[in-house]
Design a protein around this ligand. Structure first.
Ligand code: NI
Length: 171
C-alpha cells in the first residue's frame, strides 16, 4: 500500500492539463492502486491523477457506502451531457474543509478504458455523474472552486494558503 501526496488548492500544479495514457501497462496499474489507496485513506469518493501530481488521464471513483466498488477510468471522455442540470454540494480532497453548491448537467455519458485497456461506456446520473464531471475537470486543470464567485474563491485560497503554511510550520 502506498499513499500519495494530495496537492492542495491553490497549488499551481492542479492547473496542469493531463496527457492521455498511451498504454495501460504495469506502471499505470501501480498508479491506479496507489491512487485507490490514497482515496480510501482520505477518505474520498473520487481522485484524479492530477491531484497527486501525475499528469495523465486517470481517475478512480468509489461512491459505494462500504467503499468496496472501485471504478477506474483511464482516458475518460464525456461524450454526452443532458440539458437538464442539477445542483450538488461538492467537496474535494484538494480543497479540504470547503463545500459548496455547483450546478452541472444531471446526466452524462462517459467513455473510458478499463484496467485491461478495454473501452467501455457508462451513462449515469446522481452522485456518480457529479463525481465523474468533477474528476474529469481535474484532468483539465480545473478545480470545482472555479465555478464559485471570485470573492469565495479568493477567500478559500487565502484560508488554504494559511492552513498549508501552518501544517508546514508544525513539522
Ligand atoms: Ni476534487
Amino acid at each position: 500500500m502506498a499513499l500519495l501526496n494530495v496537492l492542495c488548492y491553490p497549488d499551481p500544479r492542479l492547473h496542469k492539463v493531463a496527457k492521455p495514457v498511451a498504454q495501460v501497462d504495469a506502471r499505470i496499474k501501480k498508479i491506479v492502486a496507489d491512487m485507490a489507496d490514497t482515496m480510501y485513506e482520505a477518505p474520498g469518493v473520487g481522485l484524479a491523477a492530477t491531484q497527486v501530481d501525475i499528469h495523465e488521464r486517470i481517475v478512480v471513483i468509489d461512491i459505494s457506502e462500504e467503499q468496496n466498488e472501485l471504478r477506474v477510468f483511464i482516458n475518460p471522455e464525456i461524450i454526452w451531457v443532458s440539458s437538464e442540470k442539477k445542483s450538488w454540494r461538492e467537496g474535494c480532497l484538494s480543497v479540504p474543509e470547503f463545500y459548496d453548491e455547483v450546478e452541472r448537467p444531471a446526466q452524462v455519458r462517459v467513455k473510458a478504458l478499463d484496467l485491461d485497456g478495454k473501452e467501455f461506456e457508462i451513462e449515469t446520473d446522481g452522485l456518480l455523474a457529479v463525481c465523474l464531471q468533477h474528476e474529469l475537470d481535474h484532468l483539465q486543470g480545473k478545480v470545482f472552486v472555479e465555478y464559485l464567485s471570485i470573492l469565495k474563491r479568493t477567500r478559500i485560497s487565502h484560508k488554504l494558503k494559511k492552513r498549508t503554511k501552518e501544517l508546514l510550520d508544525e513539522r
